[in-house]
Design a protein. Structure first.
Length: 285
């Protein structure tokens, strides 16, 4: 291993795991251009291409490097954890928009635990629960998950409302029937919720065929703001954007059920710092 390249190798492994520059940048809390620049730097140093830029799949040499680095990086993480004198908390949730809802709770937690860190990881539901089972996450905050194992504890926080959104300058007039979505681009989350499943079921039943595109929530807001397309997203994630009138809610003739959400953690992993953070989150919701 070339001295000084540890950071590049860690970044490479995270991008390979996430299969996305966007998700890797959110996990690392750095910009997408910065991630791309570092990957390019590593490729230049190794004189090879590591990723297929169309789908971010590893090339043959990229797979070879990943297979060699992954166990090393995992072992380094275990070593670092063994020397920790404080308990940091790894929290999994859907996206950076959900993270915004948790900011007040985390700031209150830091008032008591000044030397601890709450590390937020954004990922899909199945992957987060796998990491929860493996001890890579301490708690997960998501919409109610029917596939959770019996060794997990669930605490309900409340209900979330999913809505259709469009750009604030878009005017659909009085035409608010569901068929407005026919042959129109509809951005939906990467993960299905009970409300989204109902919407998709109603659309299919009525032979309404929008052009479905699955994107992360942050990307959806940007795409909807600058076009006449429509998105389907959780209203609570967008308080600021709705208040600033950057986007608006689009009322269509369909009843959308609310989605229950809450905290999941492993029953045998409730240490004091985690218990206190959960109390702060419950208090603020």
């Amino acid at each position: 291993m070339k001295f000084g390249n540890e950071t590049l190798y860690r970044l490479f492994v995270i991008v390979a795991d996430e299969k996305s520059i966007t998700r890797a940048s959110e996990k690392l809390f750095i910009s997408q251009p910065a991630v791309s620049k570092q990957i390019k730097k590593l490729e230049n140093e190794l004189n090879t291409t590591l990723f297929n830029r169309k789908n971010m799949e590893l090339t043959k040499n990229g797979k070879k490097l990943y297979d060699q680095l992954k166990p090393i990086m995992d072992e380094l993480e275990k070593i670092e954890k063994s020397f920790e004198t404080k308990r940091n908390i790894k929290l999994g949730t859907y996206n950076t928009l959900m993270s915004k809802l948790l900011s007040t709770s985390i700031l209150e937690f830091y008032k008591t635990y000044k030397d601890n860190e709450v590390i937020i990881e954004n990922s899909n539901t199945d992957k987060m629960f796998q990491k929860l089972e493996n001890g890579e996450l301490d708690l997960v905050i998501v919409k109610k998950y029917n596939k959770a194992n019996s060794n997990t504890k669930y605490i309900k926080l409340g209900d979330l409302e999913d809505i259709f959104i469009c750009g604030n300058k878009v005017n659909f007039g009085k035409h608010k029937e569901l068929k407005l979505l026919d042959n129109k681009i509809l951005y939906i989350p990467r993960n299905n919720s009970s409300s989204l499943e109902k919407v998709l079921e109603v659309l299919e039943k009525n032979n309404i065929k929008p052009i479905i595109k699955r994107v992360d929530s942050t990307t959806m807001v940007k795409l909807v703001k600058d076009s006449s397309n429509i998105g389907f997203i959780t209203k609570e994630y967008l308080r600021e954007e709705l208040e600033k009138e950057e986007i608006k809610e689009l009322q269509l003739d369909i009843d959308i059920p609310k989605s229950e959400f809450g905290i999941y953690y492993i029953k045998d992993n409730k240490f004091k710092e985690l218990s206190d953070l959960i109390k702060e989150i419950q208090h603020n919701f």
